[in-house]
Design a protein around this ligand. Structure first.
Ligand code: GDP
Ligand code: IMO
Ligand code: MG
Length: 431
């Protein structure tokens, strides 16, 4: 890893394969930090375990994936929203898989809390929206961030002042009853439960600003694991079909209390095609055999909700927008192997409305609904690339696909994923 903090971010609509790159880079990191989102994320990692090196799958939601590296400490930053019962459920599941990590996991005292009532409200809001529902993960993310923005949220440090916590908690639940009608919820039972959860959480809690800055000052290597992705960003994604946090490089700075000058290197993770879970615009979506092929070969099912992911061609208009906002130093192109059998591959390169080309990715969903996508068609390679280990050994047409993306975006592709496992990643030399 280079000097400064290394950041891994999703460039599209999520599930690009961030977890896998984070796992690889964590081998060289002292701290792996999450800066935004909550357990709406689902990062899958496949690593060889034990003397027989059995490929084992780990699913991370709220905890940083870098924990798979036994030397790496996981830090949940202030910008993350934390559902404490899920935090422990995930920790217990990892420990029962043999990954001992409770002694190397920290949570910011400034992180906001997600409660079960936020999750209930998340579901109720979706019902209210009817046909225009967002298709959220129902993990309470939107309601928790709404509480934060309206300055009524509870943060981790509140857990340790029981009286204030109970008062504020009752007020919050009352407010939700007023807004959504009375739903089944044991307020007093929750307050009791949180006394125990607070005691269990206490050893994990830290002032993450002091901790992180001291660590950086003493030469520790920090890796930030982005969650969700650019097109799900609250400001720059397909609003309102987005998540409720800033998933961009800006969110990394605010979510961890890091000044931009400490960010050393930013890698954007990009699937070789596009997927999206939930509702909202998706200009290159393929509601045809191609979409079904990508869905089946790519096993496109969500890690968090098990939902089928919508599939389509790579969209370089989205990618340009993403590159402008996050300024990637390099990209990790993932799941290139999923395109192995296709005779030809299309790439979206331009949007137009009524024949008039658009300059960027439009903000207005009405406009977006009417865009015609211009595609470039590239020849497929019709060969399995899953066991290829060097860039030079990839089929010519495969290299052409990679180089087309690089030259269109003017960003080098540094890593290429050719399979789910840790070993299935090609490192391409960068000039
Ligand atoms: P994340 O949310 O960005 O971490 O991505 P997910 O874990 O939700 O989804 C990515 C899926 O693709 C996971 O099941 C990974 O194991 C898998 N994956 C990652 N990279 C590759 C790759 O290069 N090839 C293949 N075939 N699968 C991959
Ligand atoms: P990772 O980190 C894919 C989507 C949801 C929904 C919208 C809002 O695994 O890439 P929310 O529950 O956040 O309010 O849902 O955002 N979404 C994701 N889609 N991958 C993710 O994370 C996502 N996190 C949120 O499907 O459309
Ligand atoms: Mg995911």
């Amino acid at each position: 890893m280079t000097a400064g903090v290394t950041v891994v971010l999703g460039t599209q609509w999520g599930d690009e394969g961030k977890g896998k790159l984070v796992d690889i880079l964590a081998a060289d990191a002292d701290i792996c930090a999450r800066s935004a989102g909550g357990n709406n994320a689902g990062h899958t990692i496949v690593v060889p375990i034990g003397p027989e090196r059995i490929p084992t799958t780990f699913a991370f939601h709220l905890l940083p994936s870098g924990l798979v590296n036994p030397k790496c400490l996981g830090l949940i930053g202030s910008g993350v929203v934390v559902h404490v019962p899920s935090f422990f459920a995930e920790l217990d599941a990892l420990e029962s898989q043999g990954l001992k990590c409770s002694h190397r996991l920290l949570v910011s005292d400034r992180a906001h809390l997600v409660f079960d009532f936020h999750q209930i409200v998340d579901g109720l809001k979706e019902v209210e929206l009817g046909n225009s529902s967002i298709g959220t993960t129902k993990k309470g993310i939107g309601p928790a961030y709404s509480g934060k923005a309206s300055r009524s949220g509870l943060r981790v440090h509140h857990l340790f002042d029981q009286e204030t916590f109970a008062q504020k908690f009752r007020k919050l639940v009352e407010g939700r009853f007023k807004r959504y009608g009375h739903f089944e919820y044991d307020t007093e039972g929750e307050i009791e439960r949180y006394k125990e959860l607070a005691a269990r959480l206490k050893p994990f809690v830290v002032d993450s600003v002091v901790y992180l800055h001291q660590a950086i000052h003493s030469g520790k290597k920090v890796l930030v694991e982005g969650a969700n992705a650019l097109m799900l960003d609250l400001d720059y994604g397909t609003y309102p079909f987005v998540t409720s946090s800033n998933t961009t490089i800006g969110g990394v700075c605010t979510g961890l209390g890091l000044p931009p000058k400490l960010i050393g290197y930013t890698i954007g993770v990009t699937k070789a095609y596009t997927t999206r879970v939930g509702g909202g615009p998706f200009p290159t979506e393929q509601l045809n055999d191609v979409g079904v092929h990508l869905q089946e070969v790519g096993r496109e099912f969500g890690v968090t909700t098990g939902r089928r992911r919508r599939c389509g061609w790579l969209d370089l208009v989205v990618m340009k927008h993403s590159c402008l906002i996050n300024g990637y130093d390099s990209l990790n192109l993932t799941k290139l192997d999923i395109l192995d059998d296709l005779p030809e591959i299309k790439v979206g390169v331009k949007y137009a409305v009524n024949g008039n080309p658009l300059e960027g990715f439009p903000a207005d969903l009405e406009l977006l609904a009417n865009v015609e996508v211009e595609y470039v068609t590239l020849p497929g390679w019709k060969t399995s690339i899953t066991s290829v280990t060097s860039y030079e050994s990839l089929p010519e047409n495969c290299k052409k696909y990679v180089e087309f993306i690089e030259s269109f975006l003017n960003v080098p592709i540094e890593w290429i994923g050719v399979g789910p496992g840790r070993e299935s990643m090609i490192k391409k030399s960068m000039q």
